[in-house]
Design a protein around this ligand. Structure first.
Ligand code: UD1
Length: 423
C-alpha cells in the first residue's frame, strides 16, 4: 500500500467549477447486485477508486469477469464458481458484505467473511442476517465467516429491518437484493431511504425486478424467477458534493458543482443557509458562495433525509471557524469522532460530551502534521487544511483515496495548493 501524504498550504479561497463523480456507495451494492442478473452488465458513472477495485477483486474471486474502463465497468456474471467472500477483502471494505444477499438468492448458498472492525466504531451485521433469515435462509457463523444456505429457495414475508440507530443502508440493500428472487411477496418495513438504496432499487427494476414504494421506508417486492443483465448509470456522489460544499464554505469560496443532485443534499443546504452561506440550484448542479464570518449552527446526523453522518466530520471542520458555539450530535455512529484529536492539533476548540461535540469557533486554524484515520475524517482534515495558516501534512491519505476520485487534482484546479508525495 502506498503511504502517500498530502502537503496542503493555506489559507486559500476556492473559485471555479468542479465535476462530481459517480457515487461510490451507490456503485458498490449495484455491482454486487449484478450477480443476480447472469450475463454481461455494464455500469456507468463509476468512480475510479480503490474501494471499487476491491469489489472487482471480490467478484473476480468468485468467477465473475470485470473490466473497468474510464468511468464504466463491464461485469460478466455468467459464471459464479464459488459463492465466497474472502476475509482478506471484506475486512478492508465492509461493503463486501453486499454480495451475501445476491449470492444467496442466485446460488442458494453463500460464505462471506464477517466484516472487520472499523475506525468509526463497532459495526455489527445482525440486521442483515435477521432479514435474510426471515426470508428463509439458515445462517451459521463459522471461523469468522457467515455461512448461509437457502436449500428450498428464499420465501417472501414481512420483515421489520429497523435497528437501535434506525434503518440500515447496506442491510436494506442486502435484503432487497435477496427478496427480488424470493418466491412470493416481501414487505420490508423501516427500509433505509438513502438515495443509494433508491438507486439500487431502480437498477433492480431495470433488471426486471418488481419493487414498489421505492424511496420510502416500506418496500414491497414481488419475487420474479430471473433477472436480466443491464446497462445502468449510477447517481452522482452526494457525499463528495457535500465535501466540496464544505471546502467552499470554509475557504470563503465560490464554487459551481456540476453533475450534482441538490435534492439529495437538502439537509446540508439547509444547514449551510443557517450558517449564512447561500447555495443555489443550477441546471446540472448548484452554486455556493461563501463570504463573511460563518454563523454557528447545531447539526444532528440522522438517516436520510436527515443530515448525513458521512458529512459530519467535514462540517465540524467548517464550524471550527464559526462566529460562536455550535453543537454536533452523532446519532448514527456515536463513536465517529476520530477527527476531534486531529482538528484540535490545528488549534480547533472542541469538547466531546458523549455523542455531542461542542465546537467553539476560533479566529483561525493553524497548520500541523495530522493523521487520516478513516475516509470521511480524512476529508475533514483536508477541508480544515485549506483554511489553515501554513503547511498541513496529512498522513495516510490512502483512506481518502478509498472514496474521493482525484481529490487533490479537483481541489487544485479551483485554487487549492495540495501536493501528493509518496513516502
Ligand atoms: C452505509 C455507508 C456509510 C454510511 C452509513 C450510514 C456504504 C458502503 N456505507 O454504511 O458510508 O456512513 O451507511 O449512512 O454505503 N447497524 C446495526 N446492525 C446492522 C447494521 C447496522 O446495529 O446489522 C447500525 C450501525 O452500527 C449504525 C446504524 O445501524 O449505528 C446505521 O448503519 P448502516 O446504515 O448499516 O451503515 P452501513 O450500511 O454499514
Amino acid at each position: 500500500m502506498a503511504l502517500d501524504i498530502f502537503k496542503i498550504t493555506g489559507p486559500v479561497s476556492l473559485a471555479g467549477a468542479v465535476t462530481i463523480s459517480g457515487s461510490k456507495n451507490a456503485a458498490l451494492p449495484i455491482m454486487a447486485a449484478t450477480i443476480l442478473a447472469p450475463g454481461k452488465n455494464t455500469l456507468l458513472g463509476i468512480p475510479n477508486l480503490s474501494d471499487i477495485s476491491v469489489m472487482c477483486k471480490l467478484m473476480e474471486d468468485m468467477g465473475c469477469k470485470t473490466n473497468a474502463d474510464g468511468g464504466s465497468i463491464a461485469i460478466d456474471t455468467t459464471n459464479i464458481e464459488k459463492p465466497f467472500g474472502d476475509y482478506e477483502i471484506v475486512r478492508k471494505m465492509r461493503a463486501g458484505v453486499c454480495v451475501l444477499g445476491p449470492l444467496l438468492a442466485r446460488q442458494g448458498r453463500a460464505e462471506v467473511s464477517m466484516p472487520g472492525g472499523c475506525a468509526i466504531g463497532y459495526r455489527p451485521v445482525d440486521i442483515h442476517l435477521r432479514g435474510l433469515q426471515e426470508l428463509g435462509a439458515k445462517i451459521e457463523l463459522k471461523n469468522g465467516y457467515i455461512v448461509a444456505h437457502a436449500n428450498g429457495g428464499l420465501k417472501g414475508t414481512n420483515i421489520f429491518l429497523g435497528g437501535p440507530f434506525g434503518s440500515s443502508v447496506l442491510a436494506t440493500a442486502n435484503v432487497l437484493s435477496a427478496a427480488v428472487l424470493a418466491k412470493g411477496k416481501t414487505v420490508i418495513e423501516s427500509a433505509a431511504c438513502e438515495p443509494e438504496v433508491t438507486d439500487l432499487a431502480n437498477c433492480l427494476v431495470k433488471m426486471g425486478a418488481k419493487i414498489s414504494g421505492i424511496g420510502s421506508p416500506q418496500l414491497t417486492i414481488h419475487g420474479v424467477k430471473h433477472l436480466n443483465p443491464v446497462e445502468y448509470t449510477v447517481i452522482p456522489d452526494r457525499i463528495e458534493a457535500g465535501t466540496f460544499l464544505a471546502a467552499a464554505a470554509i475557504t470563503k469560496g465560490k464554487l459551481k458543482l456540476k453533475n450534482c443532485r441538490l435534492e439529495h443534499l437538502m439537509a446540508v443546504v439547509d444547514k449551510l443557509r443557517s450558517m449564512n452561506i447561500p447555495v443555489e440550484e443550477t441546471q446540472d448542479g448548484c452554486e455556493i458562495s461563501s463570504n463573511g464570518r460563518i454563523q454557528p449552527t447545531d447539526i444532528t446526523t440522522l438517516p436520510y433525509p436527515g443530515f448525513p453522518t458521512d458529512l459530519q466530520a467535514q462540517f465540524m471542520a467548517v464550524l471550527c471557524l464559526a462566529n460562536g458555539n455550535s453543537v454536533i450530535t452523532e446519532k448514527i455512529f456515536p463513536d465517529r469522532f476520530m477527527h476531534i484529536a486531529e482538528l484540535s492539533r490545528m488549534a480547533a476548540n472542541l469538547r466531546k460530551e458523549g455523542p455531542h461535540v461542542i465546537v467553539s469557533g476560533v479566529e483561525k486554524l493553524i497548520a500541523a502534521p495530522v493523521m487520516a484515520s478513516d475516509l470521511r475524517a480524512s476529508a475533514a482534515l483536508v477541508v480544515a487544511a485549506l483554511a489553515a495558516y501554513g503547511q498541513t501534512v496529512v498522513n495516510r491519505v490512502y483512506h481518502i483515496d478509498r472514496g474521493y476520485e482525484k481529490i487533490e487534482e479537483k481541489l487544485n484546479a479551483v485554487g487549492a495548493k495540495i501536493e501528493r508525495q509518496s513516502v
